[in-house]
Design a protein around this ligand. Structure first.
Ligand code: GLP
Length: 243
């Protein structure tokens, strides 16, 4: 596992965007696994800038997002679909048909999940997976206690996650209690993984990710078993790690 400690959020985002831009230039029809949350917003801003400066072209890129709240339709401002169009897709030349987002309000959620896994397979897997991390070590929405063997899962969100994520909702009661998430196995199947974390609130999760033994009680520890993981953190998130 490679760990890069950046000075701050801006530098973290810049480093991540440079890696991903390089990967897209190397493989224009790359399959990106994308994440939501505050952590990747700066990365997406930099990718948009690179696109505007004609450094990178998304016309052959495919994307798969990690997760979605159960019950939220794509027009809901709290849905991850809305987030992705707002923060990235609307500003670049990715083709709509190459964007894959889970439908949280699908009438048959099991079929939605099966079709999603099938679509990833048809694209020959994810080349680069971007991850954030929850303060409890969740990646995607794979919460502590997760089954490492799942390709995709319907999960009950932990109280800590509902609390953490309530900052983006009007009321804590509005935060969905369930979500659909690509499972740990799908994340581990990605050829390359980039995890981003910033701020003091992520110190413990980052410390455990790097220094704890692999345990499903801290889902991110599984990343120690992947051959190509880069963790990019700012100084605050890196506060507890040993060099
Ligand atoms: C949510 C998402 C995760 C994300 C996490 C951290 O729970 N499902 O994919 O990594 O939030 O979010 P943030 O980057 O805002 O701290």
């Amino acid at each position: 596992m490679k760990v890069i400690v950046a000075d701050d959020y801006q530098e973290m985002s810049k480093i991540a965007s440079e890696i991903i831009t390089e990967e897209i230039i190397k493989k224009p029809n790359i399959v990106l696994g994308l994440a939501t949350g505050t952590s990747p917003i700066g990365l997406y801003d930099n990718l948009i800038e690179n696109y505007n400066n004609e450094i990178v072209d998304f016309s052959s890129v495919s994307t798969f997002n990690l997760d979605e709240y159960l019950g939220l339709n794509p027009e809901n401002e709290n849905s991850y679909s809305y987030f992705m169009w707002d923060k990235l897709f609307s500003h670049i030349n990715v083709k709509k048909e190459n964007v894959h987002l889970l439908k949280g309000d699908a009438s048959d959620i099991q079929k939605e999940m099966n079709d999603y896994v099938k679509a990833i397979k048809e694209c020959h897997g994810i080349d680069v997976q971007v991850l954030g991390i929850g303060s409890n070590g969740h990646i995607g929405f794979n919460e502590p206690g997760t089954d490492f063997e799942k390709l995709i899962d319907l999960v009950d969100l932990k109280e800590s996650t509902i609390n953490d994520n309530s900052r983006l909702f009007d009321n804590i009661e509005d935060v969905p209690k369930k979500a659909v998430s690509l499972g740990i196995k799908s994340i581990m199947n990605a050829k390359k993984i980039i995890l981003l974390a910033s701020g003091e609130k992520k110190q413990d999760a980052i410390y455990k990710t790097i220094h704890s033994e692999v345990t499903n009680e801290v889902p991110s520890t599984i990343l120690n078993l992947h051959h190509d993981v880069t963790i990019i953190v700012d100084k605050k998130a890196a506060g507890k790690i040993k060099c």
